[in-house]
Design a protein around this ligand. Structure first.
Ligand code: DI6
Ligand code: FE
Length: 414
């Protein structure tokens, strides 16, 4: 006998009100349903007795009663900046007194103050703080997460941040996708040499990619950050290495970053408050996901709304994420962010949930999750009994309901 051959693990989850999100629209809740899983995947959904018959009574199958819970796919937080040192609570106060986010950035506060704190922190300390944040998200229902670099801004420091992100995926049960965001701000040592810095960002990419530290390349395309031609150089480099791209685009102004990103078939364009009609059409044509980030909209007290109606009628998939970062969205509550997506951006609760499941999976290029269906990963949340219908996840804002979280059919938060 070869003990290295693992036993197949069948589990039947019973007594669930499943919100599978497999149709195009509508909650379509399957009440009192069961879900059969084999190892990390769902193999069938339906009536308990039928599912047991499917595998035969002689096959060992664990049974987990979900107690009549509302069960949704695991949440996917597809845009976060989890790895950083320090905090920016003082800057928050300065902004409340009237300083703008852009002014602070120009003064070397903003992102650069986090870069200083991140460089000063040990890799272990960065891992401690980032894994704490990841655990918080997981306990709120997040089963897959994207983590960007972008507070190191040197070859060594970007590498440290990406290593920390990778390690989170190894230590915690959640899946982690990493994104290289060295083109986030201009570090001091490159002052006045923006193009040289972009060249350096391009030069660091192959080694980091060879070390398997990068799943996607991102940039901050903005007046206070990088121009469209500069981002194009980075995207050309990413493309030559076969790395998918995404872009922080049209957050504070309309530079046309979306038109560039869609030329490269970007997985997602993110923020988009200032997106033009032309940008919407370009996204529809390239199948790029619109990643909306209501936490940053709220925290920066923005007033310009992303063109949700236009995105919707053009058929652009809309995703939402926490955008957790110390400067513009220090929240760790995915349900609060879904609520904000409804209240500020007028998404329906169903669109908000699809935004953090099905469409968030698309934004990461993942085709094995985001819905509950045979063949997909058994990543799901059984919400507490106070959640009697799925729209309460958005309605009870700020309450952060904690459910039972399952990743690959294993209970990771109970
Ligand atoms: N846009 C954002 O909202 C974050 N990064 C970005 O490119 C903010 C980052 C920060 O202020 O630290
Ligand atoms: Fe961001």
């Amino acid at each position: 006998m070869n003990s290295a051959i693992a036993m197949k693990r069948y589990v039947i989850f019973t007594n669930a009100n499943l919100v599978c999100l497999t149709g195009d629209s509508g909650w379509a809740i399957q009440n009192g349903a069961a879900m059969l899983t084999l190892d990390e995947k769902i193999i069938a959904i339906g009536d308990e007795t039928e599912l047991i018959n499917l595998i035969g009574k002689d096959v060992a199958c664990e049974k987990i009663d979900l107690g009549g819970a509302i069960v949704t796919p695991g949440l996917i937080d597809a845009h976060t900046h989890l790895v950083y040192g320090g905090n920016r609570a003082d800057e928050f106060e300065l902004r409340l007194q009237g300083a703008s986010y852009e002014e602070l950035a120009k003064r070397g506060a903003g992102i650069m103050s986090t870069v200083r704190a991140t460089r000063a922190a040990s890799e272990e300390a960065l891992f401690e703080s980032a894994s704490f944040r990841a655990r918080e998200l997981m306990s709120s229902g997040v089963t897959t997460i994207e983590i960007k670099s972008g507070y190191g801004l040197s070859a060594i420091d970007e590498q440290r941040c990406l290593r920390v992100a990778r390690r989170i995926g190894q230590v915690l049960p959640m899946s982690v996708k990493t994104t290289y965001l060295a083109a986030h701000a201009l570090p001091l040592e490159f002052a006045g040499r923006q193009d040289d810095y972009v060249n350096a960002v391009c030069d660091w990419l192959p080694a980091l990619h060879a070390d398997k530290l990068i799943d996607a390349v991102d940039a901050f395309c903005e007046n206070i950050a990088f121009t469209v031609p500069q981002v194009r150089r980075l995207f050309d480099k990413a493309k030559s290495l076969g790395i998918p791209i995404k872009l922080h685009a049209e957050q504070l102004s309309d530079l046309g970053g979306t038109l560039l990103a869609t030329e490269f078939n970007a997985l997602s364009c993110d923020h988009l408050e200032h997106l033009s009609a032309e940008g919407v059409q370009a996204m529809a044509a390239s199948g790029t996901v619109a990643m909306l980030l209501p936490g940053a909209f709220y925290f920066l007290r923005e007033t310009k709304l992303p063109p949700v109606k236009e995105l919707r009628s053009a058929g652009v998939p809309i995703a939402i994420a926490t955008d957790h970062n110390p400067g513009s969205s220090p929240t760790l509550s995915p349900t609060l962010v879904m609520s904000m997506a409804c209240t500020f951006f007028r998404l329906t609760p169903e669109e908000a949930l699809r935004g953090m499941t099905v469409n968030a999976a698309k934004a990461l290029g993942l085709i094995d999750r985001g819905q509950l269906a045979p063949g997909l990963r058994a990543d799901f949340v059984a919400w507490p009994s106070t959640i009697e219908q799925p729209n309460q996840l958005m309605y009870s804002f700020g309450q952060a309901p904690k459910g039972r979280v399952f990743i690959g059919a294993k209970e990771v938060v109970s």
